[in-house]
Design a protein around this ligand. Structure first.
Ligand SMILES: C[S@@+](CC[C@H](N)C(=O)[O-])C[C@H]1O[C@@H](n2cnc3c(N)ncnc32)[C@H](O)[C@@H]1O
Length: 268
């Protein structure tokens, strides 16, 4: 079987496609990534070129295939307790909220396969005990959201889960499930995962005490970042906290929040 190559013009079409769909800017260096990730879909859809696949996506008749292409073109790398300082900070905030009657609400705004949301939920379950709390995870990719809801992971992704949390909130796979872990049912049942595209108007999620928007802005250009951050911050309570990835920055993006610790901001 001959290998189908992607031309520069076809690559440009996919750059536009994912920019329109998700606000993601793909540099020219991503040409091989695009052709590699989509090649199986050409076979599946029985088309003979990337251009033909692009026409299918933009025909208006293939919404499931559009979602599949978005799923494939997003990068979903994540792990539990990534960037530990944010979880130490969350712990302090949750402990300070213990006496509150109103639910303490946290949003994992690009939750990928759910490790970030479950890490947040473990901290809140530990610190807030019977006080009300809620964690919502959202992502543009339905494929990662499905995985998040199931909560079943390769064990190596859990290296940074504190041992006490591992014992309390995770079931260790045995037999054919060896080398995996399953998030314990009661914690899984408390999480809500739903689709939200940060690049369009957001669903009604209510207001949050803390928002995690981590390791997704790196894929956006300046204008998209400004729009996404404004949209996301409109759901943060006054005095609420906003956590971004350690390699990301809000320079020239917003003045609605003030830096209180590295990569942690408070809404004015
Ligand atoms: C690298 S993961 C980051 C996961 C997690 N926040 C972390 O820091 O480990 C980036 C996630 O952003 C999601 N994403 C990309 N563009 C998006 C958009 N426009 N709206 C919502 N999610 C988006 C991707 O699907 C992916 O799951």
């Amino acid at each position: 079987m001959s290998v189908i190559t992607i031309s520069d013009q076809e690559f440009t079409q996919f750059q536009h496609f994912i920019y329109e769909a998700a606000g993601i800017t793909l540099s020219p260096a991503k040409k091989a990534l695009v052709s590699g990730r989509l090649s199986k879909r050409l076979q599946h859809c029985r088309v003979n070129s990337y251009g033909e696949y692009f026409r299918l996506l933009t025909s208006g008749d293939a919404s499931d295939e559009v979602q599949t292409a978005v799923d494939l073109l997003t990068t979903n790398e994540t792990y539990f307790f990534r960037e530990q300082k944010h979880f130490d900070f969350l712990r302090e905030q949750a402990l300070a909220a213990r006496k509150r009657t109103q639910a303490f609400r946290v949003w994992s705004a690009a939750s990928s396969t759910g490790e970030e949301g479950y890490s947040i939920a473990m901290v809140l379950a530990d610190c807030l005990a019977d006080a009300p709390w809620e964690v919502i995870g959202t992502d543009i990719s339905t494929r990662v959201l499905q995985k998040a809801r199931i909560g079943h992971y390769p064990a190596e992704r859990a290296k940074l889960i504190p041992p006490a949390y591992l014992k309390r909130f995770c079931l260790k796979g045995t037999g054919p499930q060896q080398g995996t872990l399953l998030i314990e049912r009661s914690l899984r049942n408390r999480m809500r995962f739903m689709q939200a595209n940060l690049n369009t108007s957001l669903p009604q999620l209510g207001l949050f005490d803390v928002i995690f928007l981590r390791n997704v802005m790196i894929y956006f250009n300046g204008d998209t970042k400004r729009q996404v951050v404004a949209r996301v911050l409109s759901l943060l309570k006054p005095d609420g906290y906003f956590c971004i990835g350690h390699s990301e920055s809000l320079n020239d993006i917003t003045d609605a929040v003030q830096l209180v610790a590295p990569s942690i901001y408070r809404k004015a």
